[in-house]
Write a protein that binds this ligand. Sequence first.
Ligand SMILES: [Fe+2]
Length: 433
Amino acid sequence: MTLTPGAPTVTLPPLPHWESPPADLPAAIREIKHALRARIAASGRTVEEVFAAVEARVRAAVDDILAARARGETVWPVIDYADIAAGTVTAEQLRLLRRRGCLVVRDHFSREHALHWDRDIVDYVEGNHFFEAYRGPGDDFFGSVGSKPEIYPIYWSPAQMQARQNERMATVQAFLNSQWISESDGVRWFDPNRDSLYPDRIRRRPEGAESKGLGAHLDPGTLDLWMTQAYQKAFRHLFDGTVEAYDPWDASYRTTGPQYPGSTMCSAFRTFQGWTALSDMDHDQGVLHTVPIPEAMAYLMLRPLLSDVPDDEMCGVTVNQVFPATERHHSLLLQALSGIPDVKAGDSVWWHCDMIHSVAPVTRQKGWGNVMYIPAAPWCARNEAYAASVREALRTGSSPSDFPDENYEREWPDRFSVDDLNSIGRRGLGVED
Ligand SMILES: [Fe+2]
């Protein structure tokens, strides 16, 4: 039962939930949609009314972005690392970060340092004959045809680990984590000052590359977003008639629950996804775009309940596939799709974990497009559980368990080892408290 503050006391019907993927997906979708509609109706508002409220809020954000673009402004907020480190980020910059949910950190690392890491990675993979050993894409999502990959399934180079456990990285992650509500109702959902060093891959896209890019999608989950008890609590305001109280920066119930398994899943809770640039990249060279509206998640979650979506469909969301954002269902949101500005090697790029993102296509790319994927994944029950498998993967040089079982680095003698961890790294992997 959920009580609406200030509203007449009503008992809302409970929701069915599935803590692992239901065997009969269409039947479960029908059941949960019926239950969600009934619960919203019991609050005294219709699905159409609550969706209209969300749509108006999102439309205002879209208009704000289109107006900024028309004025020639950069949609993505940009903050200097020096200001984050010195605590001199202005209130106006913070407001824009919270409004847009994404950020470029300028000079997060010096350009020389980032270019050095890029060369180190080349030496690491070439020295270990990675290209001769490469067997093709190990998953069905980032796969691309060709002998040399763009996404390298490499996790344990010294350069990557040095970046993950770098103090400047920890400073930015803590700053980003602190944009979230990490404590509520007497529960500390995560520790904003301790990151779990989520290991991910690297991308190296060479000069002259042709790339079809990546379609608009989001990564926080799939049907579990509607179907597990933890996510139903996390999105409680969307489902109990109090959509105005929905706060995309509230981490309540987000850091403990299960996730449905899938080839694109992320076991960790991430406040922000992110990457660090290892080459200069111009804004028109096939770069990352987002729909920079954190509260658009409310729209994405309620959209399948409208009457134009068949009862056994969720706007194309299903298990084991990425959550798509489409013109058919989300055209309002996609109007706001905005690319990053030019970045230099050493800048880092961040976006709220629920936000729609895509990668633009490019032909005859100018310059390299090299990044290390490093998100902000603060210490919490979910990330502590995953850290155990990360420690094991680091020890053996294996692919982390969220990724395809490719294990290129096991016999590579110069990979990063447990002994190379500093105190940030040891705390991040739960080797020490
Ligand atoms: Fe993604």
